[in-house]
Design a binder for this molecule. Structure first.
Ligand SMILES: [Zn+2]
Length: 218
């Protein structure tokens, strides 16, 4: 599946959904205590599976009277020759929060894709809430649950991660209520069990945003 993630980044580049060094993807198999994430600053149209950073997930239990909490941390493991000089994506807080517990994907795979699709960003810039417009388009909302927008937050920040998690309604067990969320002035984050399924949420939403903007009725 790492190869498929590379294919997706090439496709996103061809569609103008990212410039060369933008975009990031993570992938976790349910039975592994690690996940893979794209490295920072690499030209994504030249991305190779060996460049992915392998990230260990550590969970410690914090218990007190009547409560059990978990603390999570991560570190890079098993460098390859190609990944050794690379560092994980700047959007690690976003990916780590969604990969540390898998929720409804806990018997499967979870893939998190972040790109910058033109019409999704244009629609948010025009003041459109992506979660609201999806209600008017059954071919979108029967397959893709769109969260309310995240507002202006700085890229590669903990705040971006926190706001995306909040809008996706990420809970302590890793469950999420939506498939995709838009970040104003920036891009989208989509989640599903295969790279192409996550990508299709973006494709569907981008198509509807293009239609809404072309209609001028928003
Ligand atoms: Zn971005």
């Amino acid at each position: 599946m790492l190869e498929t993630c590379c294919d997706i980044l090439i496709d996103a580049y061809k569609r103008n959904w990212i410039t060369s060094r933008d975009g990031n993807i993570s992938i976790r198999y349910h039975d592994r205590d690690h996940f893979y994430v794209t490295p920072s600053g690499v030209r994504k149209q030249q991305m190779q599976p060996e460049m992915f950073k392998k990230i260990a997930i550590w969970r410690t239990i914090n218990s007190g009277v009547g409560r059990v909490e978990f603390n999570y941390s991560w570190n890079v493991i098993e460098q390859t020759d190609l990944s050794g000089n690379l560092v994980p994506s700047g959007e690690m807080p976003l990916h780590f929060g969604l990969q540390k517990e898998l929720g409804q994907h806990s018997n499967d795979v979870r893939v998190v894709v972040h790109v910058h699709p033109t019409y999704c960003i244009a629609a948010m810039h025009a003041g459109i809430d992506l979660g609201t417009i999806s209600n008017s388009f059954p071919e979108l909302n029967r397959y893709t649950k769109v969260a309310p927008n995240v507002g202006d937050v700085a890229p590669i920040s903990q705040e971006l991660a926190d706001q995306c998690h909040y809008r996706l309604e990420l809970d302590d067990r890793g469950n999420i209520a939506y498939d995709i969320v838009g970040i104003k002035g920036h891009g989208v984050v989509a989640v599903d069990v295969t790279p192409w399924r996550a990508y299709e949420h973006i494709e569907r939403l981008e198509h509807i945003c293009k239609i809404v903007l072309a209609s001028g009725n928003y």
